[in-house]
Design a protein around this ligand. Sequence first.
Ligand SMILES: *Cc1c(COP(=O)(O)O)cnc(C)c1O
Length: 246
Amino acid sequence: MNDHVKENLAQIEARIQAACDRSGRDRKDVLLIAVSKTKPAAMIREAIEAGIRDFGENKVQELCEKYEEIHGTDENGNEIHPPMNWHLIGHLQRNKVKYIVDKACLIHSVDSMRLAEEIQKEAVKKDCQVNVLVEVNIGEEETKSGVAKEEAAQLVKEISALDRVHIKGLMAIAPPADDPEESRIYFRQMARLREEIRQMELPGVEMKELSMGMTGDFEVAIEEGATMIRVGTAIFGGRVYIMERG
Ligand SMILES: *Cc1c(COP(=O)(O)O)cnc(C)c1O
């Protein structure tokens, strides 16, 4: 079991590079976020050793617990700063914002003005700046969070008025599919939407990032312009959820 993470990462790296080559993209323009949800801190450390710097968690509590574990203090009481960034990729409830604003380098899942206002409020309290992506429900799925694509531009515009909340781009999860090619149309729509919003030239809004693509479809996502891919299973293995839905 020991070198699995490292070996998996080497294989994924080759696939990322190949997808970049196929689509004429620079490998440096695609960030691999290792999704470590349900996996122990020890596996995060393994991935750090293998060179990964960005990690995604979908639950605030789990992110905070692992944060404590990994950013603990050494025997002299000094805080440890491992070379890594935390991304919150899952749905965020307003009452949990206060735990996360100063820990996540990027919140991928902002989908309402009320949530953005809560982030603004907590960022003022903690005197920090918060980077976010606006999550789009690109498959128009009832069960998924995210703003409707027709409303995304308006939401970005409203959020841009908040001086502590910095929009870096868009995020989406394609609907479940057996064939990664089925995700292509959604990823393409996301790239088009980013371009439309970019052309609005909203002050303080950077429409650079497109967070899309997971284990099943990250290569297609890269071909369609993803700048961040969120890969869990292919790095850390399958997840087992016990006594839990979702
Ligand atoms: C779990 C999760 C992922 C990673 O999924 P895999 O299929 O394991 O790669 C990516 N994005 C989000 C939002 C997730 O919740």
